[in-house]
Design a protein around this ligand. Structure first.
Ligand SMILES: C[S@@+](CC[C@H](N)C(=O)[O-])C[C@H]1O[C@@H](n2cnc3c(N)ncnc32)[C@H](O)[C@@H]1O
Length: 301
């Protein structure tokens, strides 16, 4: 599960074909993700309604109940945490952690000071500052694939769960089943030179067998993996491109550092990738599907 062996994807830099690939640097990768998700924090939260079906599927799978202690790992602005807090009241607690403090600040700002507001704290999912066996549930929405060492994050989830505790997580499906992401990546690959450094693909857990094996290797049992498909409507290609930028932290950061003309060229060109996704009804615009997997797994009791 080492990142450099993963198939390159367009938005995630891939090695240039002619020279030996530069080494993957996990610290730099995390810094890029952190900067990117800080950059897009407010817009990420604004766009979360597009993925509401997935959030509900994950929360339902987590079998939340009053009184539980819940960790929302790599929480972003804590939208799962916020809904989870309602489901575990009265008596429960929710801690939302993320590496991007801007995401947490956005979440705290949106939650206000209600009694059921989650706590927000910055933490690297690969090295949590939580005691062993201290939570009943771990939630990890669209997160496992952003960690350079996902096996470390899974080990941490296992460690902080009580025996019998449950992790509920979601990941993108395989590349071809997620036009929502890969159409933008295709445009980037078409217009920009291949990046020099290999990075992990966001689709690397898209096969249920891969996700199953990763959870089992971390010591989890009773693994259940179900598909969850949803579609997003965009008024025009510009709307789609902005939604991609508002979702992909590291890619948004890399693209945001390009000259304005290059950014504009990408924004204009992506319409060509969307030809197969024209919306046939009165709304017009485009519909982009996304397949995901929702998994639950238990720490042995
Ligand atoms: C695609 S967002 C998912 C956010 C949220 N879980 C959701 O379901 O909408 C991925 C999140 O992972 C966070 N992240 C990336 N690397 C991380 C790490 N090493 N430790 C903790 N969080 C990390 C990012 O800052 C970002 O908020």
């Amino acid at each position: 599960m080492n990142p450099p062996t993963n198939k390159p994807s367009a938005a995630d830099p891939a090695p240039a074909a002619t020279s030996s690939p530069a080494a993957f640097d996990a610290r730099r990768f995390k810094a890029m993700e952190r900067a990117g998700f800080n950059r897009i924090a407010a817009r990420y939260a604004e766009g979360a309604h597009l993925r509401a079906e997935l959030a509900t599927a994950l929360l339902d799978a987590a079998a939340l109940a009053p009184g539980q202690r819940v960790l929302d790992l790599a929480s972003g602005p804590g939208l799962l945490a916020r809904d989870a807090a309602l489901r575990i009241a009265p008596g429960g607690t929710v801690l939302a952690t993320d590496i991007a403090e801007g995401m947490l600040a956005e979440g705290a700002r949106r939650c206000g000071e209600h009694a059921s507001t989650p706590c927000f704290a910055a933490a690297d999912a690969e090295q949590l500052c939580l005691a062993d066996a201290s939570v009943d549930r771990v939630l990890a929405g669209l997160a496992l694939f952003v960690f350079p060492h996902p096996e470390r994050a899974l080990a941490e989830m296992h460690r902080v769960l009580v025996p019998g505790g449950l992790v509920a997580l979601s990941v993108w499906g395989t590349r071809e089943t997620v036009p929502l992401i890969h159409r933008a990546q295709d445009c980037i690959a078409r217009l920009l030179p291949a990046p020099k450094v290999a990075r992990p693909s966001v689709f690397r857990f898209g096969e249920a067998e891969v996700l199953q094996a990763s959870l089992a290797a971390a010591g989890f049992v009773d693994i259940d993996i179900r598909p969850c498909a949803f579609s997003c409507h965009f008024a025009d290609a510009d709307d789609y491109w902005q939604a991609f930028l508002d979702l992909a932290g590291g890619a948004a950061e890399a693209l945001g550092r390009l000259p304005e003309a290059s950014q504009q060229a990408l924004r204009s060109a992506v319409v060509d990738e969307l030809a197969g996704h024209v919306c046939g009804d009165a709304r017009g615009g485009f519909i982009l599907p996304a397949h995901t997997l929702v998994a639950t797994a238990r720490r042995p009791g």
